[in-house]
Design a protein around this ligand. Structure first.
Ligand code: NAP
Length: 246
């Protein structure tokens, strides 16, 4: 596991938006960031799940969260502009964006891959992350310093049979991170990096590896140290890196 001990107030006064915050790693990140003092903005497609996380944060006495129901598969430029305007009005600045939501798609040879599923995966995993970043960049520039984190995978670094659009989308994610990090290199207050979570006990993992005993892989809460590191000020100098959570 990535070795980092965060101070208790690491994320105090930081506003951090998390996509796919209703379940899996996104939910764990939301609860963890809030426990370190962040105001978390929970973006996801299933409103009830977001409300559940919101309630968990409230019950724990952490800073009040915000909920943004948005389906990244169908969201348009207008939706992203409205979101940016709403966040500008409510928060004035964004100290962090965690691009976490993703679709797994099919685990099948390219030869038989359904093109409509391919497009859905690319829309959520790549295009939505691009449009969301573009819409929110000026809000991150308004922060004293901001961290943008994309979520990668081992199959985004080395292609593997049957991983199809998911793998291609993660290569694209690594590329998008590198491009943005390079473009923002002179903008010293924004840093852009990737995290590869590694095998983690979520619905996505269970769908990808149905025969695996879930008890043998890390729980989402276990992999949080690298997330804390990249969103807290101890990583101000880290730019354009792809880190492993495990
Ligand atoms: P997960 O359990 O499937 O959770 C994904 C979250 O993204 C869910 O909350 C889901 O919403 C949301 N989401 C999916 N499509 C969306 C859409 N169209 N609009 C808005 N939200 C959407 O997956 P996870 O395992 O936590 O994965 C989180 C990230 O880690 C992903 O980027 C994944 O590729 C990466 N990753 C995971 C593993 C692993 O072993 N788990 C390994 C490597 C990389 P719903 O709750 O409504 O379904």
């Amino acid at each position: 596991m990535f070795d980092y001990q965060a101070p208790a107030n690491l994320l105090a006064n930081k506003n951090i938006l998390i996509t796919g915050a209703g379940d899996g790693i996104g939910r764990a990140a939301a609860l963890c960031f809030a426990s370190y003092g962040a105001t978390v903005i929970l973006l996801g497609r299933t409103e009830e799940k977001l409300e559940y996380v919101y309630d968990e944060i409230e019950a724990a006495g952490y800073p009040q969260a915000a909920i943004v129901p948005l389906n990244l598969e169908s969201a348009t430029e207008t939706d992203y502009d409205s979101l940016a305007a709403m966040l500008e009005q409510e928060f004035g600045k964004l100290d962090g964006i965690l691009h976490n939501a993703s679709l797994l798609g099919m685990r099948t040879p390219l030869e038989g891959y359904d093109p409509s599923i391919w497009q859905r995966v690319m829309q959520v995993n790549v295009n939505a992350a691009f449009m969301l970043t573009q819409a929110l960049l000026s809000l991150t520039q308004a922060a004293e310093n901001a961290s943008i984190v994309f979520t990668s995978s081992s199959v985004g670094r080395k292609g593997k049979a049957y991983w199809g659009a998911y793998s291609v989308s993660k290569f694209a994610t690594e590329g998008m991170m590198q491009i943005l990090a390079d473009e923002l290199e002179s903008v010293t207050n924004i840093r852009v990096n990737c995290i590869n979570p590694g095998a983690t006990r979520t619905n996505m993992r269970a769908n990808a590896y149905p025969a695996e005993n879930p008890a043998t892989v890390a729980a989402p809460a276990d992999i949080m140290p690298v997330y804390l590191y990249l969103f807290g000020d101890d990583s101000l100098h880290v730019k354009g890196e792809s880190l492993n959570a495990q």
